[in-house]
Design a protein around this ligand. Sequence first.
Ligand code: MN
Length: 226
Amino acid sequence: MSELLFDPPPPVLAPVAGGGMFPVRRILCVGRNYAAHRREMGGDDREPPFFFTKPADALVTGPRAAYPTATAELHHEIELVIALKSGGVGITAEDALAHVFGYAAGVDLTRRDLQAAAKAKGQPWDAAKGFDASAPLGPIRPWRGAPPQGRIRLEVDGQTRQDASLADMIWSVPEIIAEASKLWRLDRGDLIFTGTPEGVGPLLPGQRVLGEIEGVGEVAFAAAPR
Ligand code: MN
């Protein structure tokens, strides 16, 4: 057996509400899954949602998310996050919910200035979306049956910025899982950020973020300089 040249990185673990840790395999994200947010980003109403990714080690589960370098416009995006306990390819929407372990509240932090520059040049979004500490996540709540349909909201320093309903998602949870499994083999440990509603906006160093999804839980952190 070949010897490891150095210690492998530690596993990325997400706390489960009520106890236990969920080992994270990878993070998929849905873009433009709410019509009102698609409009505020200048999108075309006929354009369907799409996927991008973040590295698993972008996850933040504590109260501090390191404020990123190289941006003058960090934006918050509150999102329902799906946590999978199993997967496969070609999953149908009818079978999709059987693969769900639970749900969490997460924030898709975005370097909006770098994203705008990338869009203008037709370049990839990795530096705008997949940077270090770009994925704060609250505890995962185990869940069976119909997905959450309640209120999704986010406040910054006590002021409400985003306040919408999960019922307004363009792709539902089963549709997201089915669409993703056309493009990737999904597996246990995968997280899927399902897109943000309208009201995204800037986050300054040290400001306190509280995101809340009805029936699911909270995500709370401050993005402070290292
Ligand atoms: Mn997003």
